[in-house]
Design a protein around this ligand. Structure first.
Ligand SMILES: [Zn+2]
Length: 215
């Protein structure tokens, strides 16, 4: 149930409802199992159907999703900061622990870390009160040519992608500038400040990197 809430939260970030097909794809399950769970969550008042368009979280559903996201991101931060995990190793571990860790443990971890605002992948960590900073929706794949951006966060659910990003300096806080983008070819991206050489970035990797305008 918590995984569904998280998935719907992330799919509806742009404002549009999440479709059953979209949810099934996101969760890598059959559309038939999505239908059953959606009914259950609607029965619990955690989500609402928007006729012909899909589902959206209710206020209560959104609060529950944000609580799981907080647990996930605190766990990832604790594992990297305190237990020596690499940034590509923590997601799967956090996926398991987020459903069982108590709020007390999570709050103690957050305090020990000094209430961090971002996780190792740059994603905002919700506060214990459920407040969450808005996350960027623009990816490196969408940026106009020649317009500087700074990496805000990266998707963390694929270890191989994270290793490639790190090797190429594509980490939160790094400056990036897309020099060229041709269909079917890697993007040529300048990483870092000044006129450096460009690095080829496959489009599917660029879609996993969220950027924002320079501060
Ligand atoms: Zn994660």
């Amino acid at each position: 149930m918590e995984d569904y809430l998280k998935a719907i939260y992330s799919l509806t970030r742009g404002g549009a409802p999440a479709s059953t097909t979209g949810l099934a794809e996101h969760l890598a399950v059959q559309p038939s199992s999505v239908t059953g769970m959606v009914k259950r969550l609607a029965g619990l008042g955690l989500l609402a159907h928007i006729p012909y368009r899909g589902v959206q979280l209710t206020e209560e559903g959104s609060r529950a999703a944000i609580r799981v996201i907080r647990r996930h991101r605190i766990l990832e931060t604790y594992l990297t900061e305190r237990l020596g995990y690499a940034w590509e190793e923590v997601h799967d571990e956090a996926e398991r622990l987020e459903h069982t860790a108590s709020d007390r443990l999570i709050d103690a971890m957050a305090r020990a870390l000094g209430d961090p605002r971002r996780d190792p992948h740059g994603a905002p960590i919700p506060t214990a009160e459920g407040k969450i900073e808005s996350a960027s929706l623009e990816t490196l794949a969408d940026v106009a040519l020649g317009e500087p951006r700074v990496i805000q966060s990266v998707r963390d659910d694929e270890a191989e992608g994270l290793r490639t990003m790190e090797a190429r300096g594509l980490v939160p806080g790094a400056r990036v500038l897309v020099r060229s983008r041709l269909p079917g070819a890697p993007l040529e991206v300048q990483v870092g400040e000044g006129e450096g050489p460009t690095t080829p970035i496959p489009p599917e990797l660029a879609e996993r990197i969220f950027v924002q305008a320079l501060p």
